[in-house]
Design a binder for this molecule. Structure first.
Ligand code: AP5
Length: 211
């Protein structure tokens, strides 16, 4: 598999699973959320406000960022893109121009209450991207708030609060969830139950992609 999309509600495990898959199979992990957070770090306050509100950023912004990124990679995972029908159609057009296509779409299915619990404890490493959870047994770093691998201080995202989470989840339901049917109709969507532990979820993803 050379090009994979993850579609899932917030906190379903897109980042966690993409990160592991990209390391094992040498795929570029493209997280549009991370690309946008890079722009925010450079001082884009308008973008910061949009993300902290929980709504999607403007399609033109994300499409420009993604097009630039896709031109530099071959085999990749898209984590957080497309997020609506317009983005999905634009992606199809981009790929058509390059004579490529999406090989598989992984839909991580998770209910709202479980996702909310995961959001509250999520912390991540700003340097290597590792993701941990301070509220879930077995998912915290060995030393609290320090990355196991690169020893950097872990950080909490400013949009990881209950209020913003509720908007993010509602936005997912109204804008992104319709893409499930879009890719089902194309015949390349695989549904995975993401309420299981991360190892089980990972093994199921590998099974549908590589068995
Ligand atoms: P983005 O960064 O994409 O956020 P999101 O979709 O809300 O997803 P998350 O990153 O919160 O969750 P995840 O599924 O990656 O879960 P994770 O693996 O971290 O987007 C942020 C914002 O950017 C958007 O709101 C929007 O404004 C903007 N944006 C981004 N892309 C855009 C686009 N294409 N168009 C327009 N706007 C865009 O896991 C979560 C936690 O759970 C972690 O602590 C983890 O350790 C834990 N965990 C993971 N798996 C399990 C498991 N199986 N069991 C128990 N715990 C688990």
């Amino acid at each position: 598999m050379k090009s994979i999309i993850f579609i899932a509600p917030p906190a379903a495990g897109k980042g966690t699973q993409s990160s592991r898959l990209s390391k094992e199979f040498n795929l570029e992990h493209i997280s549009t959320g991370d690309l946008l957070r890079e722009e925010v770090k450079k001082g884009n306050t308008e973008l910061k406000q949009m993300m902290e509100s929980g709504s999607l950023v403007n399609d033109d912004i994300i499409l420009t960022i993604l097009k630039n990124k896709l031109e530099t990679v071959n085999d990749y995972i898209l984590d957080g893109f497309p997020r609506n029908l317009n983005q999905a159609i634009a992606l199809d057009e981009m790929l058509k121009q390059n004579n490529t296509k999406i090989d598989a779409v992984i839909y991580l299915d998770l209910d709202k209450e479980t996702a909310k619990k995961r959001i509250v404890g999520r912390v991540s490493c700003p340097k290597c991207g590792n993701v941990y959870n301070t509220m879930i047994d077995g998912m915290n770093s060995k030393v609290n708030m320090i990355c196991d691998d690169c020893k950097s201080s872990l950080v909490k995202r400013s949009d990881d609060n209950e209020e913003t989470f509720n908007v993010r989840f509602d936005t997912y339901m109204s804008e992104t969830a319709p893409l499930i049917e879009y890719y089902q109709n194309k015949g390349n969507l695989y549904q995975i139950d993401s309420s299981k532990n991360p190892e089980e979820v990972y093994q199921e993803i590998k099974k549908v992609l590589y068995d």
